[in-house]
Ligand binder design. Structure first.
Ligand SMILES: Nc1ncnc2c1ncn2[C@@H]1O[C@H](COP(=O)(O)OP(=O)(O)OP(=O)(O)O)[C@@H](O)[C@H]1O
Length: 750
């Protein structure tokens, strides 16, 4: 048969099959919608238990429906033809027909692994791998990798090259998209790495670290559902702009159970601003702060200088330093945090003061006093003098109060931080009502650990919640016996467990998702944590994250060469050693999927010339445009000329103007004057095709075109790091233009 007509017939056959898959998807959606409507209709009636069961089902159907709706785009993307003669379709979720015959395998399932891993050298039972490219619901192209050594050319390392290059060349939207159809073998190995332990993924710019981190989160939730579902997975990124950039990827993979948080948002209820002063960030980020905070807390458990006279209902009692000191020892011996140990402290002193009151009253009445001890204890407890005296020596504290007063009162800070230099102390000083910064979050978290629960009655709430959960679980088990069969979902996921249903029950009761609850609870212990741009984390931030995952199950992705925070790391070993010793494994990503070779090479030359050693990944694309370098006398006219030219060259794509922090406001207002609402920040919003951003703000993001202003300034300014310019230069997917009123930094040109 003629080649093109053969391809046409194949294409038609694939279209038919894919039509069938969408039909099945629509059927399942209709079924879920019907079940949901039915449950809602009967919701009002019945006993409390019946109602909560129905709520649970309603929530579950809503979740399933949302999942089915999320996978419409590029539902299926691959097909494997196996040595056994079987054919297997790979897609975003698993689908089976009514007779439970498998129609499509979930990309995360073990049987789908070969789609990403098989090569001509190690075929893994695969004869042919086919990539299906869809536009809406229609197959528009197919591309085959024939894994038969005789038929192959030299380079077998890129899988589905056509599909991959099409994905890489597509215009950027300001929102990251998933790469599920073109995951490459070295990425897949990391995505499917075992759950336990710490996996560090080091990779240069554009090697897909963020993509891998997100797909790994989805893979882990799918594969280790039982272990991770209730504990959840936390994904931490550097900035809110970055979190917005990646927020749609997981839903498009059908996952809603991941808590995504910027590192500055991990203290519930505390809103933060960036820490602008590098020196302050470095001091706050160092592990010494853990000791400083411990000292700050113990210094707030004071011994008064002399005896205190306390008036209790007209009788004068004496509180001696020795009494306070003994009570403090007892309280500290409980090993509890400050606020909780305070109960022992107060109880001990109240008992002693009550004793004293009793003695005094007996003395004054000649031994004949028979006042009820309980009454006297109450008198002591409620006496104003007593309350003030006890509070002065052992004040109940919130983390916010401890930290804000520590930084606002030099004498407190000096006493708590004897090892910090005057400069370091000065960098921490600030007014008591200053806004919280991102670097304060781990300090507040540390303080919360040292202080414990302020409202000790919260302990009772926890107990009540536990009790309720046990009851939910028992109800769920009973309910499941009756209805398990109706839960079978014809192939979309498996059968629910009692735990599942209990979780849905809880969720239904509180009307929030498990992820919401986790995000709102500072002490939530996650089953796994994925950290992106991890090189930026300070030791104190690491310490916080380690606390959030007692199992120490982490995926850590980053690039040491891109570190820009003064508090960040210069080696993975140094960053992780204090927490996990050498118990971590290193994986590397070596291919740059974003930046064309001409631009990537220029960035590497610049970094090397400035003394930064970078791992230089191999760029997948040559690129059509060499970087444009301009030395000008005045910046503004040069920018005014460059922007329209670049916009035209990227033909409706997204353009970033990356400038040093100091000139950013001027650049923004100049561009806003010309382009109005089209100018945005971060990765841009709807209708925005120009963003103005600092090098650090651009971290993790990407754009079709990038204009860098004053590159030398990015290297020279007080807080500058070579990594800043390196990050800026590696953001474009198509074009780079560098404009400078001074020298163009060495290495950028050939
Ligand atoms: N296998 C792949 N198929 C298609 N696109 C890919 C693949 N791997 C990576 N990409 C694309 O390459 C670009 C860079 O990926 P990503 O942002 O994850 O890289 P990164 O290593 O986190 O980069 P950086 O460290 O510079 O922020 C993204 O547009 C991503 O979608």
């Amino acid at each position: 048969m003629h080649e093109t007509s053969r391809t046409r017939t194949e294409l038609e056959a694939e279209r038919d099959y894919v039509d069938g898959l969408y039909e099945r998807l629509d059927e399942l959606r209709a079924e879920k919608a019907r079940q949901l409507a039915e449950v809602r209709r009967t919701q009002a009636a019945g006993s409390h238990q019946n109602r909560s069961e129905r709520d649970a089902f309603a929530t579950m159907y809503e979740d399933r429906l949302a999942q089915l709706n999320a996978v419409d785009d590029r539902l299926v993307f691959g097909r494997l033809d196996l040595d056994s003669g079987d054919t297997r379709y790979i897609g975003r979720i698993g689908l089976s027909d009514e007779d439970l015959q498998q129609l499509m395998v979930d990309w995360r399932a073990p049987e789908a692994g070969t789609f990403y891993q098989a090569t001509a050298f190690e075929r893994m039972g695969v004869r042919r791998r086919r990539h299906l490219m869809l536009s809406r619901r229609e197959v528009v192209a197919i591309e085959d990798d024939v894994l038969d050594a005789d038929l192959l050319g030299d380079d077998a390392s890129l899988q589905g090259e056509g599909a991959l290059l099409a994905a890489l060349d597509s215009r950027r939207t300001g929102q990251m998209s998933d790469i599920v159809s073109t995951i490459q073998a070295e990425q897949d190995r990391i995505i499917r790495a075992p759950l336990p332990g710490v996996t560090v993924v080091q990779g240069g710019p554009g090697t897909g670290k963020t993509a891998v981190a997100l797909h790994r989160a989805a893979y882990l939730l799918y594969t280790h559902r039982d272990r991770l579902k209730s504990a959840g997975v936390l994904l931490v990124g550097p900035t809110d702009a970055f979190m917005r950039y990646i927020e749609r990827v997981l839903p498009s993979l059908g996952e809603t159970g991941v808590v995504m948080a910027g590192i500055g948002t991990l203290m519930p209820g505390v809103h933060t601003v960036p820490e602008v002063d590098e020196r302050t960030a470095a001091v706050k980020g160092s592990l010494e702060m853990a000791t400083v905070l411990r000292n700050a807390v113990t210094n707030r458990e004071r011994i008064p200088a002399g005896d205190q006279r306390l008036n209790v209902e007209g009788t004068m009692l004496t509180l001696t330093p020795r009494q306070v000191s003994r009570a403090r020892e007892r309280a500290r011996a409980t090993g509890k945090p400050h606020n909780e140990a305070r109960i022992t402290f107060v109880r001990t002193l109240l008992r002693e003061l009550t004793e004293q009151l009793l003695e005094k009253l007996e003395e004054s009445s000649g031994g004949g006093n028979n006042a009820d001890r309980a009454y006297l204890a109450e008198d002591v407890r409620s006496a104003r003098d007593v309350r003030i005296a006890l509070n002065l020596v052992w004040m109940p504290l919130t983390p916010q109060k401890l930290v804000s007063e520590l930084f606002a009162r030099p004498e407190l800070l000096r006493a708590a931080a004897p090892t910090l230099s005057d400069d370091e102390l000065a960098s921490l000083a600030r007014p008591v009502d200053a806004p919280w910064t991102e670097a304060d979050v781990p300090l507040l978290d540390e303080a919360a650990e040292l202080l414990g629960d302020l409202d000790v009655s919260a302990g009772r709430d926890d107990a009540a919640r536990d009790q309720e959960r046990k009851r939910d679980l028992a109800n769920a088990e009973r309910a499941l016996e009756n209805v398990n069969s109706s839960l079978e979902d014809s192939g979309v996921d498996g059968v629910l467990s009692a735990e599942d249903l209990a979780r849905y029950n809880e969720v239904a009761a509180t009307r929030e998702t498990a992820a919401d609850r986790a995000a709102a609870d500072r002490t939530w212990a996650y089953g796994h944590i994925v950290v992106d741009e991890a090189q930026e984390l300070s030791p104190m931030q690491w310490r916080l994250l380690m606390r959030r995952c007692p199992l120490k199950s982490f995926t850590i992705v980053g690039d040491i060469a891109q570190t820009s925070s003064a508090a960040g790391s210069s080696s993975w070993r140094e960053a992780l050693e204090p927490f996990v010793g050498d118990r971590w494994r290193l994986e590397e990503l070596t291919v740059n999927y974003r930046t064309p070779a001409q631009i990537a090479e220029s960035a590497v030359r610049m970094a090397n010339a400035a003394g930064l050693v970078v791992s230089a990944p191999r760029a997948v694309r040559e690129g059509r445009f060499a970087p444009i370098l301009e030395t000008v006398t005045e910046l503004e006219p040069a920018l005014a000329q460059a922007v329209p030219e670049e916009l035209a060259a990227i033909d409706g794509g997204l353009l970033a103007v990356i400038a040093p922090e100091a000139i950013l406001p001027g650049v923004r207002s100049a561009l806003t004057a010309d382009y109005g609402d089209r100018v945005g920040s971060g990765s841009g919003g709807p209708g925005q095709d120009i963003v103005v951003i600092s090098p650090r703000g651009s971290k993790g993001l990407e754009f079709d075109g990038v204009v860098i202003l004053e590159p030398q300034e990015m290297l020279d300014s007080a807080a500058a790091r070579v990594g800043d310019l390196y990050v800026a230069m590696t953001r474009p997917t198509q074009r780079l233009r560098v404009i400078s009123t001074g020298e163009i930094p060495a290495g950028i040109a050939d």
